[in-house]
Write a protein of this length. Structure first.
Length: 406
């Protein structure tokens, strides 16, 4: 808000220009209520009774029209505006004018624009209408006057789910930190009551999460502080920044959290992850994406290369684990399986890391790989390097688990 000092002593006469100066640059200019147009004919419109604040740049007044105002318009002068110049006379009226776009002046209050199709007046466009910018005061957190360790919250309304709360003008008291600086958060809880979420005292403090609540401001406090000034207050009202939840950044997922009955944000995950409903269906989470490569060899096992299918990868990734299963176990010596990427053993130069099923058991696995990544387009095959020396083993299934990466 603007700052000005205009003093008038009791019982002194006050002229209009003194009264009008009191609101110059203080109350927002524009139409506060009504003031909508209706068609009389193609060259005339009625502007309904309205309330507005209007200025000539030096003086400012609040105006209430006494009824509908008839304005003559044309295709060349489609903009209906109000204009006022202070002249100190009794009949210092506000004018209703129809102008071309180039005829508009800085202090004109725009009611709207007439829309023509040919010579026919068909409707109105209010996109350039002069509307008071007062939302910036809604639930604003500001220092007290005189400054103290309290802040003032201007009144407003909040919604949580189906509940609507009126928040009256409120004062909250803060205590200075003892050892290190602290950042506290002023927020509106789900019961409509303004509250403080205390931060941690740290050398480099950060504000805590407000868990989907409507955060109004962050208050930066230092050790031994005795008053809070504007410099200590960071405005975090989401309806001023265009977000639903303060702190949201590009890529965040916003959702309505049924547990807290408030909007919440899920920070973007890492590249390659997938968004899913979490266990218990209570919220959302990002998880890594895993894929399974499968080879199958039926019947009695025989040593050989390129057993079963050849697989071509459509994505980049990394190896996670390999598993092997047989219906009948090998006897004598173990089964050894080799997996190749583009013809090369992924367990080279350490062949002992190969996937192995020991004699007498039906499964084996490994988490060790000498080649750990692959790219889209790589081709995979499976070789059977060794089978049981007494009984080869029967019906082999090989599973290679991989994780998708960017």
């Amino acid at each position: 808000m603007a700052t000005q000092t205009i003093r008038v002593r009791f019982f002194d006469p006050v002229e209009a220009h003194v009264v009008n100066e009191r609101f110059q640059g203080v109350r927002e200019l524009g139409i506060y209520s009504d003031g909508y147009m209706s068609i009389v004919n193609d060259t005339q419109v009625n502007v309904s009774q309205l309330v507005c604040e209007i200025s000539d740049g030096s003086y400012q007044i609040k105006m209430l029209t006494d009824g509908p105002q008839l304005v003559n318009v044309t295709t060349l002068t489609p903009y209906v505006v109000m204009r006022w110049l202070y002249n100190g006379t009794v009949s210092n009226d506000v004018q209703f004018l129809a102008l071309a776009l180039g005829g508009l002046q800085a202090n004109d209050i725009i009611v709207g624009m007439c829309v023509y199709v040919g010579a026919a007046l068909t409707g109105f466009d209010y996109s350039l209408r002069t509307t008071p910018d007062t939302h910036d005061l809604f639930l604003e957190v500001e220092p007290t006057d005189p400054a103290s360790m309290s802040v003032r919250i201007r009144p407003g309304r909040v919604n949580y789910g189906t509940q609507n709360f009126f928040v009256p003008d409120t004062t909250l008291l803060f205590a200075a930190p003892v050892a290190n600086p602290r950042i506290d958060v002023v927020y509106i809880d789900t019961d409509g009551v303004p509250k403080i979420k205390l931060g941690d005292e740290l050398v480099a403090p950060v504000a805590k999460s407000f868990q989907g609540k409507i955060a109004l401001a962050q208050i930066a406090l230092s050790v031994g502080q005795v008053s809070i000034t504007k410099a200590n207050i960071t405005d975090t009202r989401s309806f001023l920044t265009g977000g639903i939840v303060p702190g949201q950044v590009a890529g965040d997922v916003l959702y309505f959290n049924g547990a807290t009955n408030a909007w919440d944000r899920l920070p973007i995950g890492t590249a390659g992850q997938r968004l899913r409903v979490n266990t218990g269906a209570t919220g959302l989470e990002y998880v890594d994406v895993y894929r399974l490569l499968v080879w199958y060899v039926d019947g009695n096992l025989v040593i050989g290369n390129s057993k079963s299918v050849t697989l071509r990868m459509p994505f980049n990734g990394a190896f996670v684990r390999a598993d092997a299963y047989v219906v009948s176990p090998p006897l004598g010596t173990p089964i050894k399986v080799q997996i190749n990427k583009n013809g090369g053993n992924i367990w080279f130069p350490a062949p002992d890391h190969r996937l192995t099923i020991l004699a007498g058991v039906t499964n084996g696995n490994t988490l060790s790989f000498d080649t750990i990544t692959f790219v889209a387009g790589d081709v995979f095959t499976m070789d059977l390097n060794q089978v049981g020396s007494t009984t080869a083993g029967m019906s082999l299934t090989v599973l290679l688990t991989v994780k998708e990466t960017p």
